[in-house]
Each structure stands twice: as structure tokens, then as C-alpha cells.
Unconditional design. Structure first.
Length: 156
């Protein structure tokens, strides 16, 4: 799993308020996370201009935020994630951008996971953002149109 960033608080002054507010010991804080938008779509022409980057905002109540891929997967080479502003406070923004338009038509997808909870790894909550990238090849469709035309003629 690729971890983009981790923001966590620990130690420090005795007057800090824990995530979830000032709860008595028998009423532990509630950890939550929400992301908007819930999915990201990119589209481009092969060999063309890269599509504009898109931001996803994560609003969380937890002791930190981790952004990465699903367990057992890697961040694909066509996708880049960048923290916008400070990752240590909610809401946090992550910029999604593509790195290539490729040379052929393709349909690509991946899932990016946003995670928060206790810093010790317990009480974890997650939200997944589906990312799709459609690359069309305008030359391919022109070539197919030309290929469907007759290739021989008879002269009388």
C-alpha cells in the first residue's frame, strides 16, 4: 500500500482536545471520514493534452490521515497524488493528476483509499475513491473509417 502522507498528533500539552471532542473515558471518541467527490474521472486523447488535475477533499475526525492504494496494489504510473495545503488538519485536500495520455486508446482504473482512526491503528475507518481514466485515439477511429471504404475500383 502506498502511503501518501500521515498526519498524527501525539504527546504535547495537557490541554489538547482529543479527536471527537472532550469525551470522558467511558465514552470514547467517534472516528469518521468523508470524501468529496466520491469518484474521479479523467478523459483525454492519446498523444494529446493532459486533463486538468482534480482535488478530493477529506473531512475527518481522527488522529491522522493516510492516503494510498488498496492492500496488495501499487499506485499506477499514470496517476499522481499530491497533498494540497496542510495534511495535519481537517479538511485535507489531495490533488489527483494523470501523468501521460498514452499512445493508444485505453481504459484505466484504480481505487485510492483514505484512512483515519487512532494512531495505534485501532478504530480505523476508510473511504475509497474510484479513479477512472479513459484515453481515446482519434486517429484510430479515422483509420477504421478509412478501412471500411472500398479499396478497389473497376474501370470499364
Amino acid at each position: 500500500m502506498l502511503s501518501l502522507f500521515l498526519a498524527a498528533c501525539g504527546g504535547g500539552g495537557s490541554k489538547s482536545t482529543p479527536p471527537g471532542g472532550n469525551n470522558p473515558p467511558n465514552n470514547p471518541p467517534t472516528y469518521t471520514i468523508a470524501v468529496a467527490p466520491g469518484s474521479v474521472q479523467f478523459a483525454a486523447n492519446a498523444r494529446g493534452t493532459l486533463p486538468a488535475a482534480q482535488d478530493v477533499t477529506a473531512t475527518f475526525n481522527g488522529e491522522g490521515l493516510v492516503v494510498g492504494t488498496l492492500p496488495g496494489t501499487n499506485l499506477p504510473s499514470w496517476l499522481n497524488l499530491t497533498v494540497v495545503g496542510s495534511p495535519t488538519s481537517s479538511p485535507a485536500q489531495v490533488r489527483f493528476s494523470v501523468t501521460t495520455t498514452g499512445t493508444v486508446a485505453d481504459s484505466l482504473s484504480t481505487t485510492i483509499r483514505f484512512v483515519t482512526g487512532k494512531a495505534d491503528g485501532s478504530q480505523v475507518v476508510t473511504k475509497d475513491v474510484q479513479v477512472t481514466y479513459t484515453i481515446t485515439d482519434p486517429l484510430d477511429s479515422r483509420w477504421q473509417a478509412c478501412a471500411s471504404r472500398p479499396t478497389s475500383a473497376s474501370w470499364s
